[in-house]
Ligand binder design. Structure first.
Ligand SMILES: CCCCCCCCCC(=O)SCCNC(=O)CCNC(=O)[C@H](O)C(C)(C)COP(=O)(O)OP(=O)(O)OC[C@H]1O[C@@H](n2cnc3c(N)ncnc32)[C@H](O)[C@@H]1OP(=O)(O)O
Length: 200
């Protein structure tokens, strides 16, 4: 195994180390039940201006948790009439990504492991919930489920993840300049900050 292609176990355990700490909800986090809205209009997961997106709708939950709904559309198929597994993973990723906002931390997915337990037909509403379980330095450990048939229905998909805290420079230095400039030039201060999930 070359240094450029290290074994995933080298730094990507999904189990928090013993000295990890409990996540802390930011005092300015929106109250439980508050819709979070899209963090960026062109986000594939939540953006209203993204015609090919999931249009996932998330709300703040108790503690460091969120709930969300995603309706599977014909455009999201893999097998005939069934949701594509990668699309379902995207819905879990987006829900897990949005929960970091409740800590006012900017973070990106480092590792995401999905279990697919039941097929999810087109037109199904996937009821998602995600919560942060532990924090260790820049690493944020979190877990999510997607249920069908209602918020208390059977689990169709679940995921464990490690997100890594980053500075806003992560997006400015790595993103394509035309989108970065457009987001930075947005006259709406809150929208401008949330495109990068920065505390306004
Ligand atoms: C705008 C707001 C975003 C909200 C949108 C939500 C959408 C959903 C979220 C996404 O899909 S984000 C997009 C998908 N993810 C990425 O594009 C991330 C690509 N990867 C990177 O940019 C870098 O690899 C990363 C920033 C994650 C880490 O690089 P660093 O150089 O900053 O990390 P470093 O090597 O210094 O490691 C810091 C710690 O994190 C750990 N670490 C790094 N990469 C890891 C990884 N992949 N998995 C687990 N742990 C990881 C690493 O072991 C170390 O732990 P320790 O502090 O305990 O030593």
């Amino acid at each position: 195994m070359s240094a450029a292609n290290p074994p995933s176990s080298a730094k990507t355990s999904l189990v928090p180390p013993p000295d990890a700490v409990a996540p802390v909800r930011h005092p300015d986090a929106p109250a439980p039940g508050t819709p979070l809205g899209a963090h960026y209009d062109l986000c594939f997961g939540c953006g209203g201006g993204q015609p090919h997106g999931l249009h996932l709708v998330a709300r703040a939950g108790e503690g460091v948790s969120v709930t969300a709904e995603f309706t599977v559309k014909p455009a999201h198929q893999g097998a005939p009439g069934l949701a594509h597994g990668g699309v379902l993973t995207s819905a879990l990723d987006e829900t897990l990504g949005s929960v970091n906002w409740l800590m006012h931390v900017i973070a990106v997915t480092g590792r995401l492991e999905t279990d697919f337990l039941r097929p999810v037909p087109v037109d199904t509403v996937l009821h998602l919930d995600a919560r942060v379980t532990a924090v260790h330095g820049r690493k944020i450990y979190s877990t999510a489920t997607g249920r069908i048939g209602g918020p208390d229905g059977p689990v169709a998909v679940r995921a464990d993840a490690v997100f890594i805290e980053v500075k806003v420079e992560h997006f400015i230095e790595n993103g394509r300049q035309e989108e970065i400039r457009a987001a930075m030039d947005d006259p709406d201060q809150v929208r401008r900050a949330r495109a990068f999930e920065v505390n306004p």
